[in-house]
Design a protein around this ligand. Structure first.
Ligand code: ZN
Length: 660
């Protein structure tokens, strides 16, 4: 859960190539992670441009700059520097940069993980502009890095040389194909290495993690082989897993950077590692044309996280699809957006679209064109686009190629529109015939224009028949003749269609309240300390800034509500809302709990109850990770002891025919 919330692809945006030939940098870095001191020498040759425009991290200064050996100066322009060149011919640029990589602060949040340094390691991501490179251009490079001998350094690119003496460790990395700028990592690492099919796999782990190296390297080798077969040959020479002092999970070309607190958790070497390995194909091997939307997170989620869930069983895969649909149902319509507008995960709301909805779309595409065609389409997309930038258009072409037919309608309806189909069942009847039964039913689609296949189960006295119908109109009438008495119809029994669940199909989860900008937060305690902790907690939970009001609790409240209260006051406040404590909470001991309910008017309520301010405080870290649950109970120190989603009755797409 933690990983799902923190994993993102740390790839810099690389739009279409500029006309000038790709830049080749020769970089030498001397870095002292403990103090953050850094010196960067960067040499490159430019041709065909009259100005060289680049961005530089604010903690770096240009100590020396020469054009063809002659001293020069770059002018600041907003966030960028501009260096005027004598003419558009061939020129050699030599930079010497110095600075102090900022020390790691306590409050750094994963999404804003910037360059940082400390005793336990240094982090210099490409997107932080630590070398003078135009932000929108790709480049090739040779990077030599030197650190004190107690440290090890590693960068994106192929490791081509390393050695150490009494004072220093140094290593050389090379990227010969145009790619994003290098990202650099250093720390007091222990290196373990394994070879697999000609690849070099390494772990750069902090000391306490060394015992996990073998497991990680074996798991990474297995995932690489898996995607080799599914997609095409792994596009790099190396793969590294690097332990991060920060609570992150980031994918870079040929490596992944994962929090040292996260690495011991079992899910990390499962779905999360698979996800990061697969980003070497989707996102790094084929770079994302961000101008047309980000397809890579959804495709990676589908082929890694979802595919591994599916291997555990059809019910596990179905559970993941239902969770995606529930999360989508919890998204207020004004926060919905078309898939094509998803760029990166800034909010939970963006994850619901860019990861989950997109993964669901690939699930439906596979059902639409067939499993073999889907797999051929993926391989074709890889062959056509590796080491290039590609968008949704190239994906569509690849699947049209493998399916042998146009799929424009499919991609348009799922990518260009926000929203989702809604389905309900209209009139239905069973007629007795001379030699059997005729079942007729109407399927209604109030939102026009969605076209999809709708699976269904028809249960008769003889057993269950599986059918599939095509939906494209607002009203679809179907009928079946069976020899045995029909008993029930169940449409979309396995949740294979991305659609808006109806309220009684979607039991309330925390996100119904925390994603809704209309939510009002109420702290039901007069205690000042409790109040302060409650306000912090509300700010962490809400996807937008929380709105606090001192309103009178009643059963008629006209908006979603978050109530944070002391356990002693709980019963009285629940009764004002017309709610009762659910039985799940009575059965076990807890010091803090969060659960959802619906008021009689349908508005969702999130109730957070704690014995005291300390118990409430212990929820600050864990509770935001349980947005997909209906209830969670915590014992001391924020340890979750029970959680779940309220059960659903048979939904509105189930039709009982026994009395028809
Ligand atoms: Zn990802």
């Amino acid at each position: 859960m933690l990983a799902a919330a923190t994993l993102l692809l740390a790839s810099a945006a690389l739009p279409l190539q500029a006309a000038a030939p790709p830049l080749q940098h020769r970089i030498a870095v001397a870095l002292t992670p403990s103090s953050g001191e850094i010196r960067i020498d960067d040499n490159l040759v430019v041709t065909g441009r009259e100005r060289y425009r680049f961005r530089l991290a604010s903690w770096l200064v240009i100590e020396k700059l020469a054009i063809d050996g002659m001293r020069a100066e770059a002018q600041r322009q907003g966030h960028d520097y501009v260096l005027a060149l004598p003419d558009a011919g061939r020129h050699r640029l030599d930079f010497v940069l110095r600075g102090v990589v900022p020390p790691r602060g306590a409050g750094q949040r994963p999404a804003s993980a910037r360059s940082s340094s400390g005793e336990d390691g240094a982090y210099l991501p490409a997107y932080d502009s630590w070398i003078p490179q135009p932000t929108a251009e790709s480049m090739s490079y040779r990077l030599q890095v030197k650190v004190p001998v107690a440290q090890r350094a590693v960068a994106t690119g192929k490791l081509i040389d390393e050695d150490s003496d009494a004072e220093f460790y140094q290593a050389v990395f090379e990227a010969t194909r145009p790619t994003e700028a290098p990202s650099l990592f250093a720390g007091p690492y222990q290196i373990r290495e394994q070879r697999s099919n000609g690849l070099r796999l390494r772990s750069y782990f902090h000391r306490e993690l060394a015992p996990l190296s073998e497991i990680y390297l074996a798991a990474a080798a297995a995932y690489i082989q898996r995607y080799d077969r599914a997609v095409g040959a792994y596009p790099y020479a190396d793969f590294h897993i690097i332990s991060a002092p920060l609570p992150v999970g980031l994918g870079f070309p040929n490596l992944t950077y994962v929090g040292r607190q996260v690495l011991p958790l079992p899910f990390m070497r499962g779905r999360s590692l698979a996800h990061e390995v697969l980003h070497n194909w989707w996102g790094n091997g084929v770079r994302v044309d961000y101008a047309t939307g980000n397809w890579s997170e959804g495709l990676t989620t589908y082929m890694a996280d979802y595919a591994l869930a599916a291997e555990q069983g059809a019910d596990v895969a179905r559970g993941m699809r239902i969770k995606w649909l529930r999360d989508y149902a919890a998204l207020p319509s004004e926060r919905d957006q078309p898939v094509r507008s998803f760029i990166s995960k800034q909010h939970q709301a963006a994850q619901v679209i860019g990861y989950n909805k997109v993964a669901f779309i690939f699930h439906m595409l596979r059902l639409e064109i067939g499993g073999l065609e889907f797999e051929q389409g993926l391989r074709h997309f890889w062959q056509q686009n590796k080491f290039k930038t590609a968008g949704w258009g190239e994906l569509q072409q690849a699947f049209e190629h493998s399916a042998g037919r146009g799929l424009d309608w499919f991609f348009r309806q799922w990518l260009d529109r926000s929203g989702a189909p809604r389905l309900s069942i209209g009139a239905h009847r069973v007629d007795r015939l001379a030699d059997g039964f005729r079942t007729s039913v109407e399927i209604l689609q109030p939102v026009s224009g969605y076209r999809f296949k709708l699976p269904l189960l028809l249960q008769t006295a003889n057993g269950i028949e599986r059918h599939e119908i095509s939906i494209s109109e607002n009203l679809t009438r179907v009928e079946w003749v069976t020899s045995a008495q029909p008993r029930s119809l169940h449409f979309d029994p396995d949740s294979d269609v991305f659609r808006l669940l109806q309220p009684n199909e979607a039991p309330p989860i925390l996100r119904d309240v925390t994603l809704n900008a209309k939510t009002v937060s109420v702290v039901g305690s007069a205690d000042a300390e409790f109040n302060g902790v409650a306000r912090d907690l509300a700010a962490r939970l809400m996807d937008v800034a929380p709105r606090f009001e001192q309103l009178q609790l009643s059963r008629g409240i006209e908006h979603p509500l978050m109530l944070i209260t002391g356990s002693a006051d709980l019963a009285a406040q629940l009764s004002r809302l017309g709610l009762r404590q659910p039985p799940e909470l009575s059965d076990s001991a807890w010091s803090a709990a969060a659960w959802t309910a619906r008021l009689a008017n349908g508005n969702p309520v999130l109730i957070i109850s704690a014995d005291d301010a300390a118990a409430l405080q212990s929820l600050q870290r864990p509770l935001p990770h349980y947005g997909g649950q209906s209830y969670i109970l915590f014992a001391a120190a924020g340890r979750a002891v029970d959680k779940g989603i309220w059960p659903i009755e048979r939904g509105p797409l189930y039709v009982d025919l026994s009395g028809a």
